[in-house]
Ligand binder design. Structure first.
Ligand SMILES: NC(=O)c1ccc[n+]([C@@H]2O[C@H](COP(=O)([O-])OP(=O)(O)OC[C@H]3O[C@@H](n4cnc5c(N)ncnc54)[C@H](OP(=O)(O)O)[C@@H]3O)[C@@H](O)[C@H]2O)c1
Length: 200
């Protein structure tokens, strides 16, 4: 399979890239990528990305930002960070990317546990995750050419625990191999419209 991983240099993306690289051709996209630069918040760069990759069999997005702050401190503009990047960035990736997939290809997005189990300071991040879950379920009903769409939602992953520990008191830490199962299931399995939750 030819698999495009956007955010492939990040905590989650690195694991995805190293796993699939064993048996598949993996292309790594991101804002600082030399070969496949893309900012998902700018849909023109998504179009440019696919002119460089050609057709692929799977697109995985492990990228997207949202502002974390107390509800009292979040301005309207703060919400637009998550709406433009993590939400519309991934929506535009599906909108544009489906035309650059081989038949029966797949798209896998990334959200997280905040959609169902938010913590303090995540009014924006949780909202965006929930929106993506609804988007995936609705769009999967209409995709053509056997194209599948899923989203992986995991809890805090082991490699990021030191950074996020204080935000998630008492939450289970998800081992990287366990998180990876969600992406394998989405890319290599047959399911579509699934929210693949890995919370424990
Ligand atoms: N860490 C966790 O425990 C966890 C758990 C569940 C869900 N998530 C979600 O998973 C996603 C990835 O998390 P992470 O911890 O792996 O983040 P990370 O370590 O900060 O990595 C983010 C990756 O995405 C790329 N990226 C960021 N913004 C981008 C943009 N606008 N366009 C294209 N590429 C972009 C970055 O590369 P460049 O800077 O080169 O663009 C980098 O490769 C996030 O949406 C996060 O909310 C994380």
């Amino acid at each position: 399979m030819k698999i495009l991983v956007i955010g492939g240099t990040g905590t989650i993306g690195k694991k995805i890239v190293s796993h699939f690289s064993a048996n598949d051709e993996v292309l790594v996209g991101g804002r600082s990528s030399k070969d496949f630069p893309v900012d998902i918040a700018d849909s023109a760069t998504i179009e440019e990305l696919f002119s460089k990759t050609g057709k692929v069999d799977a697109i995985i997005c492990a990228a997207g930002e949202a502002k974390w702050a107390l509800f009292n401190d979040l301005s309207e503009e703060d919400y637009y960070i998550g709406l433009r990047s993590k939400l519309m960035g991934q929506v535009n990736l599906v909108r544009i990317g489906r035309h650059h997939l081989n038949p029966n290809g797949s798209i896998t997005l990334t959200t997280g546990i905040l959609a169902d189990d938010p913590v303090e300071k995540t009014a924006s991040a949780a909202m965006v995750n929930g929106g993506i879950h609804s988007f995936v379920q609705a769009v999967a009903l209409e995709l053509e050419n056997g194209i599948r769409l899923n989203v992986v939602a995991s809890g805090v992953v082991a490699d990021a625990y030191a950074k996020y520990e204080s935000y998630f008191p008492g939450h289970p830490v998800i081992p990287m191999d366990k998180m990876m199962l969600g992406y394998v299931r989405s890319v290599k399995g047959k399911g579509t419209g699934q929210i693949i939750r890995i919370y424990e």
